[in-house]
Write a protein that binds this ligand. Structure first.
Ligand SMILES: Cc1cc2nc3c(=O)[nH]c(=O)nc-3n(C[C@H](O)[C@H](O)[C@H](O)COP(=O)(O)OP(=O)(O)OC[C@H]3O[C@@H](n4cnc5c(N)ncnc54)[C@H](O)[C@@H]3O)c2cc1C
Length: 184
């Protein structure tokens, strides 16, 4: 099964566009703070996307590990195959909890910045690990286009960079959660 990319990218140009006052979104002079508020749902969405990719990869790999028999036993019998999958499952369930916390905070009009950042960080790491593990469990088939894991890995890996990189999340947590000096 070929899994398409999660989205398509487009460039939108606005040239000489004039709008009436009734088209104003939010409050005049508050453009930047309003954009920052909009970044939290984007991070929560990114986390949810990563969590879904991780769960899908774990599901695929678990099925494969039950079906594929080498040396007379399903490969999932071996802890070398089973434990990385179990670890990936633990990581994604923890990331999902933080994603749900962030979504709850945002939906209730509370400050979701810290939780949204933490959720996006945890989910990006969990997805990258889960998809990489699933590729390994599939052996050579993991690199085959028809299994779709390589394109899924590209998406999971992107979610460590966008919409905010893991390093900038760690900068946020260092500064705002831990109270360390700003580093940049
Ligand atoms: C598929 C995709 C879709 C995207 N879609 C959008 C979009 O719709 N809208 C949008 O606005 N942007 C979008 N982006 C951009 C994305 O938000 C940036 O790529 C991301 O924030 C990283 O910025 P950068 O690429 O400029 O990397 P840079 O800022 O050049 O950073 C390069 C590397 O250095 C690290 N780094 C930088 N500064 C520090 C520091 N102070 N401390 C530690 N490490 C640091 C970064 O974490 C990164 O690993 C998209 C990116 C991708 C890949």
């Amino acid at each position: 099964m070929q899994i398409p990319g999660a989205d398509r990218q487009f460039t939108l140009f606005f040239d000489n566009v004039r709008l009436g006052e009734d088209r104003l979104l939010g409050h005049e002079g508050q453009g930047l703070p309003q954009i920052f508020v909009g970044m939290n749902p984007e991070r929560i969405l990114g986390a949810a996307l990563a969590n879904g990719a991780a769960l899908h990869a774990i599901d695929m790999a678990t099925r494969y590990a039950n079906e594929r028999a080498v040396w007379g036993k399903p490969i999932g019998t071996h802890q070398g195959i089973a434990h990385p999958l179990a670890q990936a499952k633990v990581e994604v369930e923890l990331a999902r909890l933080m994603t749900m916390k962030a979504a709850w905070l945002f939906d209730h009009g509370k400050d979701a910045g810290e939780a949204a950042n933490m959720a996006k960080y945890a989910a990006g790491e969990a997805a990258t690990h889960a998809v990489d593990t699933a590729i390994q469990v599939h052996g050579g088939n993991g690199m085959s286009e028809e299994y779709g894991l390589v394109s899924l890995w590209g998406m999971a890996r992107t979610l460590r960079i966008a919409p905010i990189s893991r390093e900038m999340i760690l900068n946020f947590v260092s500064q705002h959660t831990l109270g360390l000096p700003k580093s940049y």
